[in-house]
Design a protein. Sequence first.
Length: 517
Amino acid sequence: MGLTLQLGSKSTNKWRKKTTPKSPITCISLSLLSLIIISSTIFIYHSRTQNPFTSPKPISLNPPQSPTTNTQCSSFNSSERFLFYAPHSGFSNQVSEFRWGLLMAAILNRTLVVPPILDHHAVALGSCPKFRVTDPSRLRMSVWDHSIDLAKSHRYISMGDIVDLSSLVSSSTVKIIDFRVFASRWCGLNMDLSCSGSLCCSMVGSGSSSGEDFQKCGSLLSGMDGNIDQCLYAVEEDCRTTVWTYQQEHDETLDPYQPDEVLKRKNKIFYVRRRRDVYTALGPSSKAETATVLAFGTLFTSPYKNSELYIDIKESQKDARIQSVLQNIKYLPFVPEILDAGKDYVTNHIRNPFLCAQLRLLDGQFKNHWKATFMALEQKLQALQPDHKPIHIFIMTDLPSSNWMGNYLGELASRSDSYQLYSLRENDEVIVQAAEKVMAAEHGVRSGILSTAQDGMIMRSSHCPLSVRSPDVLLHVEETVCSCATLGFVGTAGSTIAESIELMRKNGVCSHQIMSK
């Protein structure tokens, strides 16, 4: 639509009635008024017809709610509130984040949405020390997309299928809900492709299978479209700006770790890290409190330069309940099916006192430290040599046995008179059977809220595929075997897997055996 202004021109139209000439200022005012009216009309029309799931990025706490949004936000009991977060990286890091998720849910009195186990490094965070990380909303969207991909490719395994949560649930330490159940109930999605048993199918096997509906729910949950009052509050504070605390003094003070001048100049960083009380910021009387879903980005943290990267809650002297939670989440055991498989392998296959060597050689920084890793093992074997011959060694490594020749592992394998080596593979019977038992147990959906009402009245749906592939439990069974090593344990320096094994040994997974240092 075009508007032409002809200031002071004379018309030759013979049908036009002669009028009193208008001043230029009057003509300009009328034209501007016309533009404002037309623009307002277009804006109102656009606002009424726009899809709420593709709204602009700017966050608004009170946008108009679409019928779909109302359905999602009222699908649960109005008093039920949830905490969602975006895990990343490998399994050990995901377990670490899960612990913090349990803690945050307990502090904020929310039900934790238990995520699936993501493929190794399928979702990357970036570097907190370098202040170069993925924005929380994009991280949540990546986790959603990967979770749905796991379901559609029949590879979905819940963290609750692998980690035993029964003691936490039975003691009411924290409430949890499986991600599949949450997505099915909150968004009305059919998640049956993620099921390995009848209980799961009866809980999530109905609803929409539309790709568009899956995308809409992911966009909403990730906060890509902003916050929705009383429905979703997306936490955008990450490790670049925030260190979460609980019941500590000096809320909103500067954190000890800040970007140095070199980092500021090199990467043009302008972030300031502040310590914030999570209960004050996201609990009662906060804008987040009334939201059905509170969505974090990553919950990963670790010590760094006299501080923590993201969460600094080590104790809670003023809150006995949270102090109990902190104690209970320090060690989260594997489910019985995995522990039993590891112990069975030790009892029926190794059948001797043995040493475990966890050798991480191929991934990331570890591929550059073979010499130091092998030296630690060699020194341990030299210390054992006078008392044990042959020495039985369980080898847990990411280096295929076909590549052992020409290095220290090949040397050990060739000296069968002095060393007896053991290792596990994915197709070994003990691993295959453990995976089948994990699938049949359905711990993930069984341990969460809403499962009690379904248990005992399971109806196998004719359309439920039950075609989930066997989970990869090799790593978890290997860790269990290493936790039972009576001659000691040699781990790779800096490996989170080694830290996990040390924690298992400390907590007496094989309490019937005497652990040697």
